[in-house]
Design a protein around this ligand. Structure first.
Ligand SMILES: C[S@@+](CC[C@H](N)C(=O)[O-])C[C@H]1O[C@@H](n2cnc3c(N)ncnc32)[C@H](O)[C@@H]1O
Length: 180
């Protein structure tokens, strides 16, 4: 949202947590000339009914990684409370809403990481990517982002484990094709 404002783009930021909205609004409280329309809105990314079909020029989103970090204690629609399969069902709705509101020929980018369960890797990144492809997007790029200084890495320091640390996350760049 800050980048959008600095680039003088109109932008809508959506989060289910009122605290996130408050924090974003505070961070966005600076003046720039021309002043684009910047809206931070409490809402559920699975239902963007207040946004018209094919009216958005770019989508940029960073969902939770299933329930590895919970962003609230008790917000019912907070998908960071959902276990792997339920989370994927929720992300299917997010992908379909993203596809609906985006203009043709435009880009949707999202960041996602993998998770471990009982020491085994679950490929949440690729599984979520596939949901966006199933919703109609075409995959343009997979960017691997290295994770440095991750707070959760401290937990494993000095412990004997038989697996590698997950040290990357993905940025998926998808396009809604300009042809039907
Ligand atoms: C990884 S954080 C990203 C936060 C912020 N967008 C950013 O990039 O810094 C995931 C966010 O998803 C929000 N979230 C969880 N469930 C949601 C839902 N159903 N609709 C919209 N946002 C949701 C959480 O409240 C949390 O702020």
């Amino acid at each position: 949202m800050i980048e959008a404002k600095l680039l003088n783009r109109n932008a809508i930021g959506i989060d289910i947590n009122p605290y996130s909205i408050k924090l974003s609004s505070q961070n966005l409280n600076f003046e720039i000339c021309d002043g684009p329309e910047i809206l931070t809105k409490l809402g559920d990314a699975r239902n963007l009914s207040f946004i018209k079909d094919e009216s958005i020029d770019m989508i940029c989103t960073h969902p939770p990684y299933a329930d590895i970090i919970r962003y609230s204690k008790s917000i019912e629609e907070d998908i960071s409370h959902l276990k792997y399969s339920e989370f994927l069902r929720a992300m299917k709705d997010v992908a379909e809403e993203a596809f609906r509101v985006l203009k043709r020929g435009k880009i949707c980018a999202f960041m996602m990481g993998d998770v471990r369960e009982h020491s085994y890797v679950k490929p949440l990144g690729m599984d979520t990517m596939q949901l966006f492809i199933n919703a109609g997007f075409r995959l343009k790029e997979i960017v691997i982002k290295e994770q440095h200084n991750c707070r959760s890495a401290d937990y494993w320091k000095g412990k004997q484990v038989n697996f590698l640390m997950l040290a990357h996350e993905y940025i998926f760049i998808l396009e809604k094709s300009s042809v039907r």
